[in-house]
Design a protein around this ligand. Structure first.
Ligand code: FES
Ligand SMILES: [Fe+2]
Length: 466
């Protein structure tokens, strides 16, 4: 028997069934207290307007985004642990522009426009370690880590150059949750204002106490919004990830948005270890077994080796608390079941998706790589809880893969899911260029695709800002 979620009455926001409850019903049975921020619900009716396909494919629309948004918004460059020592530096390319982030000898972070102020060569070609300064490969103009011009040959021939006015051009820079953010606009409002109340949601699960297990960067032949939107809803799971239906209750996903004026973020919570209402062969215990098998690196058909003492979400969560504790030498005793099992993902305008809890401890970011609406980078980090005592392991090298490369050989079974998602993206980009003009744009579900609509509404607002 299907039932309507009862907490709202002006439009339907999902449903659950007896064997496949929605997240609210599961949360009510959690063995631990759930953080209040996780229990907040906020999904107003944002309407049913169509989304103009040109937003994804039109070069002028893309240029508008570059000038009005990418040049003046906060964006993640890297993890702090990816530039762990003085002189370590990171080259960050977005929409055909290049920026350079460096850790100075004073352990401060600095962000620069990655361009030589002599005749415009890109100053640093790629990320590296232990630099004492940056020398342009063309005519040797050189800057120290703090951006001071320290050397240029033939000084006598540049009467108009005053070294103190030729410092590298800075960006705004700040950190949150172990991430380094830049904003190309030095006059921008602070990062804290851009994030609004999002950090409060991460109070009890701090991202700065985690370290990078792996970081994969993939080029994708699709607009950055096509990329990120593939992860803002669970509505696609039925067709795109059918193997997950036995243990992922996509239909019971909760979606929320927060529009705080200067800050905009959203969230989804998808229950796992519960069969989907769309699964033809799902049972609650089968769902528990499937998740247990996956977490143990077993095949799903080995799920029948599920230990007898694991027979519901609470016991599965307890097993996970114990095994994670052993693996990482950290304490998980207060984490609620939902934060050990479910897929909880936040989005911060414009392109940053930090997941929440141990269910899927990932980070996503999408951005245009070159000056084109047709391609983007997808960055994915897997973050693990750092030991409660002692140093965290060093960050590994980034794995960079091309548009035709698969995630799976690099990160195993989870990569299969990303590959299924990525398979659609270039096809969406092609399809959008084939739009017949009627209907007048893409159609979005009112509730399940609310986060996609929200992204477009906030983007439109930002682009309309003078
Ligand atoms: S362009 Fe860099 S030194 Fe000439
Ligand atoms: Fe997906």
């Amino acid at each position: 028997m299907k039932k309507v979620q009862e907490s709202f009455n002006d439009y339907q926001r999902g449903y659950g069934t007896q064997d496949s409850p929605n997240w609210r019903d599961l949360a009510a049975q959690d063995s631990r207290e759930i953080p209040v921020t996780l229990l907040e619900e906020n999904s107003p009716n944002l309407g049913s307007a169509k989304i103009d396909p040109r937003s994804y494919i039109d070069y002028q629309e893309h240029r508008n985004e570059v000038d009005k948004m990418w040049k003046r918004t906060w964006q993640v460059v890297c993890r702090e642990d990816e530039i762990a020592k003085p002189g370590d530096h990171f080259v960050y390319d977005v929409a055909g522009m290049s920026f350079l982030v460096v850790r100075t000898q004073d352990n401060e972070f600095k962000g620069y426009w990655n361009v030589c102020l002599h005749r415009g060569r890109k100053l640093v070609d790629k990320s590296g370690c232990g630099a004492t300064g940056f020398r342009c490969a063309y005519h040797a103009w050189s800057w120290d880590l703090k951006g001071n011009l320290v050397y240029y040959p033939g000084k006598w021939d540049f009467p108009d150059v005053e070294a103190e006015k030729f410092g590298l051009r800075e960006t705004a820079i700040d950190t949150w949750g172990g991430f380094v953010f830049i904003n190309p606009d030095v006059g921008a409002k602070p990062l804290a204002q851009h994030m609004g109340s999002l950090p409060k949601h991460f109070d009890q699960w701090p991202l700065e106490r985690r370290h990078t297990l792996w970081h994969v960067q993939k080029r994708i032949n699709a607009n950055w919004k096509v990329g990120i939107e593939a992860f803002l809803e669970a509505y696609h799971v039925v067709q795109t990830h059918p193997q997950a239906l036995s243990s992922v209750a996509e239909h019971g996903t909760q979606y929320d948005i927060w529009d705080e004026g200067e800050a905009a973020f959203s969230r989804l919570i998808t229950p796992t270890a519960v069969p989907s209402a769309h699964s033809s062969d799902g049972t609650p215990l089968g769902a528990i077994g499937d998740v247990w098998a996956i977490l143990n690196g077993l095949r799903m058909d080995e799920a029948d080796t599920l230990p007898e003492n694991i027979n519901d979400r609470a016991s599965l969560a307890q097993w996970r608390r114990d095994s994670l504790g052993e693996m990482t030498n950290a304490d998980y005793s207060s984490l609620p079941d939902t934060m050990l099992l479910d897929s909880i993902q936040y989005w911060l305008f414009p392109n940053f998706c930090p997941w929440f809890g141990e269910g899927l401890p990932l980070i996503y970011q999408f951005r245009p790589d070159v000056d084109s609406p047709d391609s983007c980078f997808m960055d994915v980090w897997m973050l693990v809880r750092s030991p409660d005592k002692g140093p965290a392991p060093e960050a590994p090298e980034i794995i960079r893969i091309g548009a035709d490369d698969a995630f799976e050989p690099h990160i195993g079974a989870m990569g299969q899911i990303f590959d299924q998602d990525d398979f659609n993206m270039p096809q969406v980009q092609e399809g959008l260029k084939t739009w017949p003009g009627d209907p007048q744009g893409c159609t979005l579900a009112r509730y399940q695709e609310i986060r996609v609509r929200f992204l477009h509404q906030i983007l439109a607002r930002v682009l309309a800002t003078p």
